[in-house]
Design a protein around this ligand. Sequence first.
Ligand code: FAD
Length: 470
Amino acid sequence: MGKAALIDEVRRRFGAAAALTDPADVAPWLTDWRGRWRGAADAILQPSSTEEVAAMVALAREHGVPLVPQGGNTSMVGGATPPADGSALILSLRRMNRIRAVDRTAQRCVAEAGVILETLHDAVAAQGLRFPLTLGARGSATIGGLVSTNAGGTQVLRFGPMRGLVEGIEAVLPDGAIHSGLAGLKKDNRGPSLDQMLIGAEGTLGIVTAARLRLVPAIHARGVAWLGLASPVAALDVLRALQSATDAVEGFEILPAESLDAAVAHLPGARPPLAGPHPWHALVEATAGSTGEENPTALLERLLAPLLERGLVGDATIAANEAQADAFWRLRDGLSEAEKKAFGPATQHDISVPVDAMPAFLDEASAALERAFPGVRASGFGHLGDGNIHFHVRAMGRGDDGWLDREGGAVSRMVHDLVTAAGGSISAEHGIGQMKRAELARLSPGRVAAIRAIKSGLDPAGLMNPGKLV
Ligand code: FAD
């Protein structure tokens, strides 16, 4: 019984590659992407098929050994880092990296949990299709991790987060049973959906081994515009005006002037897209999947012209070519890095509130925090159309290396209180992991009690990703 016996048994049955124990192989996977959490584990189990996952989960149960499922280890909340006491083993899905099928006509595919997002993008692009979810970690994040965190990204406005793109899941439940939901049934009313329950469960209810995913036509053309705006209220009015006229808008990102200034000052080769100053900015992307649809650049010109005339949009420029469109997106994608260089340490919050409440939330929450913590500066940028903002509170002049440790917790608690009061979520897309576990319990005890009841029913010994989510 115990970890050593489990590792021996896995090797005996599935070969040496099924359990890595060399510290040099294990060490890179013990720390999270940002280097905030450090765990310990004697081994990484590496199944290469669903049957092997089922056998390993059954063995772990028999030996009483907790498992931490891991994909690309790009979690922003310490979700895939094992506990520091070394009690658990990592179960990596990276060897399960086959794209089992791409159905071009039905526009869907089945990918195993260890398939890297970028690999899936490339594979379906070769067939004229697109998996319409993308994020900064696409070169490392895996389908299993994306499903298990219900990941979002910059294209959620049109196609939704993972929950909107997953048509079925294959998983190994904590008792070692295989749940197969890959049939792609349009209708299935056999009680609550196990597939949906596993999406966003952060590995606490079982191991995702494969997913059936919705695809859309590859992008035939895109139009990218940069807008100068008076306020987040104006930004929301513009978004609503565009959405009422077309469903081609895929991205609508907002940022305040100070964030753009930081990007222009600190990102190599960055230039302000507009000539004059504006308090707020929006980056808009519209796409077309075929020649039959209106060219997205022409579409944006047509729809933005009356908004400029009305003064709702202060100024606008539309990318003349792909290089300029990429330059606009580089400004947006580099904001966190640029803000860090420009303003020093900050507490960062991945939050959401109802879309219509976001403009007021940004004003009121920023003012409340700046009153409560004199000298700090609070502002947000990000996915306005999803009600999801990356809300940063910066130390500014009072910033020194110890500021985050001294005051970061109190600042974050206040942000989370304000979000909760606005009917929002303390985790819009990154999940709870170990980072936000205490805050979830403090602010949503009823939700936590319900999730715990489900978990203890499915995983009575608590062996699936202990210490995460609840
Ligand atoms: P891991 O980090 O390995 O695991 C994440 C969680 O899922 C853990 O709880 C783990 O136990 C569990 N898990 C992993 N695989 C399985 C499985 N097969 N079965 C069951 N549980 C499993 N996230 C967004 O939503 N939007 C963004 O825009 C975004 N941008 C990012 C940019 C960067 C630069 C980075 C580093 C991260 C970003 N993230 C973003 C966060 C991260 O990429 C996502 O959470 C992603 O879904 C994690 O995938 P992964 O394969 O790395 O999972």
